[in-house]
Design a protein around this ligand. Structure first.
Ligand SMILES: [Zn+2]
Length: 273
């Protein structure tokens, strides 16, 4: 039986908008410590899922358009109204651009999916995207290049700017590959950087006009690793519960597998007669 008292994110000390039943809110902008927890979870999610790939990946960046569409005003800053409109519509336009590019890759080569991505605010205030693509096998590398070429071809109608396609080698653009572990650290840094040994919320994560969904991680990874935002909340609840039951240290081998966190947080841990 599930124990409602053991909500996955219980003990909301400081949280101003606790969930029904008393659990913490899930807002990254909550100053009551929930934002810090969000940052820690995002960091763990991005890093651990990418680490699990144990291969090389491509990290590409897609930026907002240049001065032709987002001109600088007399104050030396990008026109605020145009910028705000561009940012507000960015996730919707990205989703269309990605769908069109991915469909083109699938038509030519079959199944294709992104590994993940994160949004980030550039210095000029426009959102841009960091996208991770698989790049281990020859097939995956071929697909990555087709996808990026399709993004580049289709970016104008969707009002995106530059698509970073790597360096030119003898007239041919070749994407740079990096280890998946390094890619995970990059993505984590954009949303939840470490500063002086402490995790903090990035500007992107704390801004009011940031997209509600700031990152994406493929389910093909999260179902294998078990590292999802929900499961990381269960992990905290499980630790809290084990300590309340005086069972610390007794179930460490079960705690090691993220797929057990939910049951440890909510299931019946007492032995029957
Ligand atoms: Zn809160």
């Amino acid at each position: 039986m599930l124990d409602r008292a053991c909500d996955p994110s219980a003990r909301p000390s400081g949280c101003r908008r606790p969930r029904p039943g008393g659990g913490r809110c899930r807002s990254r902008r909550c100053g009551g410590g929930c934002g810090q927890l969000w940052a820690g979870d995002v960091r763990a999610l991005l890093r651990r899922n990418l680490e699990s790939l144990e291969s090389a990946v491509y990290a590409i960046a897609i930026t907002a358009p240049g001065v032709d569409q987002l001109p600088w005003g007399p104050d030396g800053r990008v026109d605020a109204q145009l910028l705000s409109r561009w940012n507000r519509t960015a996730t919707r336009r990205w989703s269309k651009l990605h769908n069109a590019a991915a469909a083109s890759v699938r038509r030519q080569t079959g199944r294709f999916a992104l590994v993940g991505y994160t949004w980030e605010f550039q210095r000029r205030g426009a959102l841009h995207l960091h996208v991770i693509l698989r790049g281990e096998t020859a097939h995956e590398r071929h697909q990555a290049h087709l996808y990026v070429a399709a993004l580049d071809r289709l970016r104008h109608p969707h009002r995106f700017g530059f698509v970073d396609r790597g360096r030119s080698h003898g007239g041919v653009r070749r994407l740079e590959r990096i280890s998946a572990r390094r890619a995970g650290s990059y993505l984590a840094k954009y949303l939840a950087p470490m500063e002086g040994g402490k995790m903090k919320l990035s500007d992107t994560a704390s801004r009011d006009d940031a997209p509600s969904r700031l990152f994406y991680m493929s389910r093909s990874l999260t179902t294998v690793t078990g590292i999802t935002m929900r499961n990381l909340r269960y992990k905290r609840a499980a630790w809290m519960r084990l300590s309340e039951l005086g069972m610390e240290g007794q179930l460490d081998d079960l705690m090691e597998d993220p797929h057990n966190w939910r049951i440890l947080a909510t299931g019946n841990l007492t032995r029957g007669p």
